[in-house]
Design a protein around this ligand. Structure first.
Ligand code: PAF
Length: 282
């Protein structure tokens, strides 16, 4: 595995590959858990060359968010990547990614970036879209792998890559869960044991909502009501939003139909959690 920290090194490593090699790219903020490993394995299954980036991107964190305390485990991450057969491990510094200090050029999406989490994290998806565009321009992958856990991020990146003809296929990979259903996330480690135990209510609420949705009701409000009832029954849960929306446009629904995203954003202590499931209706 090549461990690279400079953009020019990645470009020249990619340029030296023969043209018929397919490149799979997994952009991450590091602190790997099984979810990241599953993305790397999928990329290795489908592509000849696997590139992984680890960069805790400051432009996607808002004021008062957890940039300083975001977990960083670069040595462990590079060992895991090597074990998984990654070819290029790109771990740039902040100066390398943003050499001019501040970025003048940003990728902005339309309404899709303002919904769900976007309504509570102004500028977050602008930061995500911009850094993924920069990384994609450096790596020029055939396929780019992201987790479905951050479903809005997946849709934002899919839309950006399509709208800007970036020439990669964006693959969403299923959320991996702990035995009690909690979605795996680097942020899970922030929670106290009590908060961690309470956080299983998120998956329980999603399962309740699924049950209600599958009773034959067409009412998105009934599904939302089931989510809220379950979530507020847990005293350590501070609910931020629930959404029942179209899984492509992220438009809120009144009537269930097509591919429906059921999503939750909630705090446990100071840790913000997001999770979702997708259901199909005929
Ligand atoms: O999901 C993440 O880890 C980040 O948001 C990403 C896609 C690597 C962009 O910084």
């Amino acid at each position: 595995m090549e461990l690279l920290t400079k953009k020019f090194q990645v470009r020249s490593a990619i340029n030296s590959l023969s043209n018929n090699k397919s490149i799979g790219f997994v952009p991450t903020m590091g602190s790997f858990h099984e979810g990241h490993v599953s993305l790397i394995r999928k990329a290795a299954e489908e592509c000849d060359v696997v590139v992984v980036s680890v960069f805790v991107n400051p432009t996607q964190f808002g004021i008062g968010e957890d940039l300083a305390k975001y977990p960083r485990n670069i040595d462990r991450d590079s060992c895991l990547a090597e074990e998984e057969g990654v070819d290029i491990f790109f771990a740039p510094s902040e100066e390398e990614m943003y050499p001019k200090g501040r970025q003048e050029t940003w990728v902005r999406l339309g309404e899709i970036e303002e919904k769900l989490c976007g309504a509570f994290r102004p500028g977050h998806f602008r930061g995500v879209a911009t850094v993924v565009a920069k990384l994609t321009n450096i790596v020029r992958p055939n396929k780019l792998y992201l987790g479905e856990k951050d479903f809005q991020q997946l849709r934002v990146v899919q839309r950006m890559v399509e709208d800007l003809d970036m020439g990669a296929e964006v693959i969403g990979c299923p959320t991996l869960r702990e035995p009690d259903g909690l979605a795996m996330s680097s942020r899970n480690a922030y929670m106290s044991p009590e908060e961690r135990a309470a956080a299983k209510v998120i998956y329980e609420a999603l399962m309740e909502a699924k049950k209600v949705a599958q009773t034959g009701t067409h009412s998105a409000d009934r599904v939302k009501q089931a989510l809220v009832e379950k979530l507020v029954s847990e005293p350590l849960c501070r609910l931020q939003f629930v959404s029942v929306c179209d899984s492509e446009s992220l438009e809120e629904l009144t009537r269930l139909g097509g591919s429906v995203l059921i999503a939750i954003g909630a705090y446990f202590g100071t840790t913000r959690m997001v999770d979702s499931i997708v259901l199909s209706f005929s």
